[in-house]
Design a protein around this ligand. Structure first.
Ligand code: ADP
Ligand code: MG
Length: 649
């Protein structure tokens, strides 16, 4: 540090700004594609050399730039996207900071060729090379649109250049950026070339099949076979609406690497959003695994501040609680509807405020120009069925499953015999109550093949039970195999949740209120969220600036569990405005009870009982997975079986 202050020159201050915006070739590509999209281009051609370190060239067919604006385009704080401070409140373009081209021009050799007319000969070019001088503008033929060429990135900033990885790695990152943008702008064709070779082509999406193809090329075909498409019919909440693809709970990843979230077409990462989605999958996701999704949230641009991050990768919601709640509810609802259904019913329940779901039809030609996605052929998946899961589960997870089953088979009476007996009793009743009907159903089985498809329920009718573990059933498509313990466990669990929901959370006042030390911020939250806390069965009262009195707690909790839970609940309220922890706790307890209350493996079931179980599965939310996120049933269609035996070849 010197003892005097001096003004930095333009070039140096641009280079400093470039430190934030231009980290590596992929960030250059991101900024340049965003410019093309803002200029309403429908076709973007990207040429790269040496992973983008030698050359990045983008050609678009957008609006173009006026000759007299060419040098402005390259200067800092010059933009055509906003003009007054109010515009910042409702940004609808991807760019608005007027920094990208200026920053780039200070760390690379840059040329910009553009034409706003349809006459090829009236194009103009401007060139700069990171060295301060008045750039020259020369005539250059160009069709309507613009071409930006960036050569020798960081040629004048060797320190930055050292941070670049191999060409291959940089290329991968560029491909990743292009992939992400391609999902949010399906109507735009994007062609990617590297060292003169076409490596990827995203054709403009014209119909549903095309958009599924785009999803498949990003996520792989297996995802498409194991996902739901969700759209919010009408959005009552603050102009919010959501649509997109979410993986079935049985399609999971070891990393959160297939999670794409867009807000008004802008790819963002956001803690609040990840949390809301995670909450949506609570209860159906195998422990420690991550969901896969591409979700597009739209809301009034006034409801979101995009000016909070230099590369605009983060946003801030004005009504973050509503957004969190809306997302959580939408996903939770969509997943609850995953249950065996008639395969003829492709589209379900599109009402106001309803989530419309349908199983995806998989296009067969979902191939990138040069596939590096390694599509795996899998059987057709229906309902909660997933062969993919077996492939995606880590060996440790499979061992855990085995251990769990082992323990279940050995364990005797449930710990809370009274509770479990009630549950057994209830299920027993439901089985008995349906005995007559099921006998009739048995009659149908004997009637056999000449039955009309429509009268056969999705999971069909039981034929046999094998090894005391699996039920084999026949439906219109082929064969169904059910893990009876897993399925029954989910049915009991959902039933217990329903009755517990109906009763609400019961509260138990403490004989002697307990004092608890908290931070000032936590104490303030106790006051702010009184109502919400009461709804969770927590009666807390502020006692001093840094302590509270606990006066009542939910019946399901014992006193020792309470302190850490209250801390976590308050942290949730402070961060997200809501907390699902008490419910989560309740669910864990119910799940344990359900696990002990469900039919043991090795118990012989009658055909009547088996059919009753199949019907219960069809009527139970989330019955595609057991409480641990494993699939409860699987289908082998006649076609699958034929393939297995090489029939019809
Ligand atoms: P910003 O995108 O934030 O406005 P940039 O530095 O990225 O800032 O671009 C500066 C300006 O140059 C833009 O506002 C736009 O008017 C113009 N521009 C840049 N790229 C293009 C393009 N591909 N087509 C048309 N105009 C462009
Ligand atoms: Mg820009």
């Amino acid at each position: 540090m010197s003892d005097r202050i001096q003004q930095l020159n333009t070039r140096l201050s641009n280079q400093i700004a470039a430190g934030e915006v231009v980290e590596r070739p992929a960030s250059v590509v991101k900024e340049l594609i965003e410019n093309c999209l803002d200029a309403q281009a429908t076709k973007i051609h990207i040429d790269l050399a040496a992973g983008g370190t030698k050359l990045i060239r983008l050609r678009d067919n957008g609006l173009g730039i006026h000759r007299d604006d060419l040098s402005l385009a390259l200067s800092r704080h010059a933009t055509s996207k906003i003009c007054q401070v109010e515009d910042l409140d409702a940004v609808i373009t991807l760019g608005f900071r007027g920094e990208a081209l200026a920053s780039l021009a200070s760390v690379a050799r840059l040329s910009l060729t553009s034409n706003v007319t349809d006459k090829v000969e009236s194009g103009w070019r401007i060139e700069v090379s990171g060295i301060e001088m008045v750039p020259e503008i020369t005539p250059a033929p160009h069709p309507k649109g613009s071409t930006v060429e960036v050569r020798d990135l960081f040629f004048n900033t060797p320190a930055r250049r050292k941070f670049l990885k191999t060409d291959k790695t940089e290329l991968n990152r560029i491909e990743d950026v292009v992939r992400k943008i391609s999902l949010s702008h399906p109507a735009v064709e994007i062609i990617l070339q590297h060292n003169g070779k076409a490596i990827r082509q995203y054709k403009a999406v014209m119909n549903d099949a095309d958009s599924e193809r785009r999803i498949a090329s990003v996520f792989g075909k297996v995802f498409l076979e194991n996902c739901l498409y969700m759209t919010e019919g009408s959005s009552s909440d603050h102009g919010l609406s959501i649509r997109g693809w979410i993986g079935l709970p049985t399609y999971t990843r070891s990393q959160a690497d297939q999670q794409y979230f867009y807000v008004n077409g802008r790819m963002v990462r956001d803690k609040l959003i990840s949390h809301a989605v995670k909450q949506g999958y609570r209860d159906v996701m195998y422990h420690g695994r991550h969901a896969a999704f591409a979700l597009f949230l739209s809301l009034d641009p006034k409801g979101v501040d995009v000016n909070v991050h230099p590369t605009k990768a983060e946003v801030r919601f004005r009504e973050s609680r509503q957004v969190h709640d809306f997302l959580f509810r939408s996903i939770h609802r969509a997943l609850a509807d995953v249950r065996p259904e008639q395969t003829t019913a492709n589209q379900v329940a599109v009402g106001p405020d309803e989530i419309a779901l349908h199983k995806m039809n998989v296009p067969d030609d979902a191939q990138p120009v040069q596939s590096n996605l390694g599509f795996q052929p899998t059987s057709r998946a229906t309902g909660g069925l997933s062969f993919a899961m077996k492939q995606h589960l880590a060996p440790t997870a499979i061992n855990q499953q085995a251990a769990l089953y082992g323990a279940l088979m050995q364990s005797g009476q449930p710990p809370d015999a009274h509770q479990a007996n009630t549950v057994e009793g209830r299920i027993g009743e439901s089985v008995a109550g349906r005995a007559d009907q099921s006998v009739a159903e048995n009659g149908l089985i004997q009637a056999g093949a000449n039955q009309d498809d429509e009268t056969i329920p999705p999971l069909g009718y039981a034929v046999a039970q094998i090894h005391g573990v699996y039920i084999i059933a026949q439906n219109a498509n082929g064969m169904i195999i059910v893990d009876m313990h897993a399925a029954h466990e989910r049915i009991i669990y959902e039933g217990m949740k329903c009755s517990s929901d109906a009763e609400g959370i019961k509260t138990q006042p403490l004989l002697v209120p307990v004092s608890m030390a908290l931070s000032e911020q936590e104490c303030a939250a106790v006051e702010d969220f009184q109502e919400e806390l009461k709804a969770l069965g927590l009666d807390l009262q502020r006692a001093s600036s840094e302590s509270i009195m606990v006066r009542a707690i939910p019946v399901i909790l014992n006193h020792t569990q309470c302190e850490p839970l209250i801390r976590d609940v308050l942290a949730d309220f402070i961060e997200y405005g809501s907390s699902a922890r008490v419910m989560q706790h309740r669910d864990e307890i119910l799940a344990t009870m359900a696990c002990h209350g469900s039919v043991r493996a090795n118990r012989q079931l009658s055909i009547v009982e088996m059919n009753a179980l199949l019907r219960d599965m069809e009527n139970t939310e989330r019955s595609g997975q057991c409480n641990h996120g494993r699939p409860t049933w699987t289908e082998q269609s006649i076609a699958d079986l034929d393939r297995l035996f090489l029939r019809g070849r």
